[in-house]
Design a protein around this ligand. Structure first.
Ligand code: SF4
Ligand code: SF4
Ligand code: FES
Length: 264
């Protein structure tokens, strides 16, 4: 059998075990990835036994409970705690999702929590998202127009607005930029420096589909590249994992259709 020799500092070791508090009535184990850039140690998985009667129902509630009552050094991002800001994206039970909308009860057995995959880790559950944000800037995610501005807002028909919002509210404008999709995409894992990934491509499509935007040709020119767009091989991990139920793979397919249509 092939033997892989991983560098010493890439191996995840067994971490500390924090038992349930005395008198705990309903316990569940949370295994959490820990890494501190300042202590020179390899990453470890700490285990926390939590009394579920003492914290809220979501995985984020459990993490906040751990930070407040067991280990204040546990580091993670969160803000809105209602699936709107995208900050608390992490890998829970093997799936990229939002900790604030993932119910602890939906995980059978222990809850295993890791940072979003294939991103450099800054500390514990906090990934470094500088690259995807720099890629987002390249698609210029704002409305570009040349025609004179109207005296009031640029109006859209209901149908045109639906291209962005979706009939079911799950159109590209509903993306919260959590990057669960990009960090679940094998093409992005291997070519993340040049392939824009599903989150950024969904944003690109959001502006291509906007009937008020007047830079469609320029936007398509910018994506016409063997890597930026065409490294998507329709593996669909992105759509399967999106915690908002959006379909970035379809948006990418729509961009490819627009590329073909303009050559006809
Ligand atoms: S459909 Fe494309 S973008 Fe989505 S996971 Fe697959 S390769 Fe990545
Ligand atoms: S498409 Fe979904 S998974 Fe991807 S960034 Fe947007 S909300 Fe997150
Ligand atoms: S805290 Fe904002 S999406 Fe989870």
């Amino acid at each position: 059998m092939v033997q892989f020799a991983l560098p010493k500092n890439s191996k995840i070791t067994k971490g500390k075990k924090h038992p349930a508090p005395e008198g705990a009535k309903k316990t569940k184990a949370f295994k959490v990835y820990r890494w501190n850039p300042d202590d020179g140690q390899t990453p470890r998985m700490d285990e926390f036994e939590i009394d579920l009667t003492k914290c809220g129902p979501m995985v984020l509630d459990a993490l906040i409970h751990i930070k407040e009552t067991v280990d204040p050094t546990l580091t993670f991002r969160r803000s809105c705690r209602e699936g709107v800001c995208g900050s608390c994206a992490m890998n829970i039970d093997g799936m990229n999702t939002l900790a604030c909308t993932k119910a602890t009860a939906d995980v059978s057995g222990e809850v295993c929590i890791n940072p979003l995959p294939h991103m450099p880790v800054m500390k514990d559950l906090v990934p470094d998202l500088s690259v995807p944000y720099a890629q987002l800037a390249t698609i210029e995610p704002w409305m570009k127009t040349e025609s004179p501005a109207p005296s009031r807002e640029r109006l859209q028909s209901h149908d045109d607005a639906n291209l962005l919002n979706g009939e079911d509210g799950k159109g590209p404008a509903a993306c919260i930029l959590c990057f669960c999709c990009s960090t679940a995409c094998p093409s992005y894992w291997w070519n993340g420096d040049r392939f824009l990934g599903p989150a950024v491509l969904l944003q690109a499509y959001r502006w291509l589909a906007d009937t008020r935007d007047e830079a469609t040709g320029e936007r398509l020119d910018q994506l016409e590249d063997p890597f930026r767009l065409y490294r998507c091989h329709t593996i669909m991990n992105c759509t399967n994992t999106c915690p908002k139920g959006l379909n970035p793979a379809k948006a990418i397919a729509e961009i490819k259709k627009m590329m073909v249509a303009r050559q006809a």
